[in-house]
Design a protein around this ligand. Sequence first.
Ligand code: 5GP
Ligand code: MN
Length: 317
Amino acid sequence: MLDEMLKCAGKIALGGHIRPDGDCVGSCLGLYRYIKDNYKEKEADLYLEDIPEPFKFLEGAEDILHEIPEDKTYDLFICLDCGSEDRLGFSAPLFKKAVHTACIDHHVSNGSFAEENYVVPDASSTSELIYNLAEKEKISKSAAEALYLGIVHDTGVFQYSCTGPSTFMAAAELLGKGIDAPKIVRDTFYVKTYAQNQILGRALMESIMFLGGACIVSYIRKSTMEFYGVTPKELDGIVSHLKNTKGVKTAVFMYETEPEVYKISLRSDDTVDVSAIAARFGGGGHKKAAGLTMSGSFYNIINRLSAQIESQLKGSL
Ligand code: 5GP
Ligand code: MN
């Protein structure tokens, strides 16, 4: 499906979700390199918001466009790792104007909003889906680096339950392209700046257990982020640390984006479907990892979320 689609289009745009994470960047740059390496005659552009610093070593990262040109129309717009049109952010107008559209994604909340949709909620990552759709011999080392990075990030280094046999097979094939896998894992997943570690420490120290220890929550105010000089992109991973608390079934991490507005990350084990909770308040994601934005005071928000978590926990008893 992928190569047929690419062959039919002269001008191709790629776009991923707002606040791009590892899988979003990995799948977008993986496919971008795939097109550049194999379809040199095509015009291909990649639209993403500014990406986290550790991912900037990937080949093609310097080509990423952060604004849309006026009067430009593409034959094909491919959305990657993006569950809805509004999550495309600034590139959405290009999607609307494109002659044809496609979406490759693994969010259970994806409503198949493009013309062609390849949505596999059970897949570990969009990067694994790109690997599956691509013709293997056409994947270059630089495309492999990006796809491997994406898989590593959405599986928590092959740890989460979304990691299946097919994930390891894809990873093995990508390793065969000569990539430096340990370096990708270390430099992009584990290494944090001193300030990031300090703010992680703050979040853990100030965390609160609730619902009898089945849940944990922590939040970071904007003023705290400013104090440590840390941007929202650099708070990735805190929610996983919270989730690793013994006995915890659902972890909630929130950071303030504006006064009384919080971006929230939810993580759970099998008992609670956090994508349903996120969707109820206008967000989305996966059963065990979802996100949303909510307005209100910290206590008001946690009360509303807690009621939803509690009713699911009761239902599972
Ligand atoms: P994170 O907590 O790491 O930001 O996101 C977890 C998952 O939920 C990711 O797959 C992400 O794409 C999705 N997600 C996060 N925030 C939102 C949101 O505001 N809306 C929707 N629809 N999905 C989100
Ligand atoms: Mn993903």
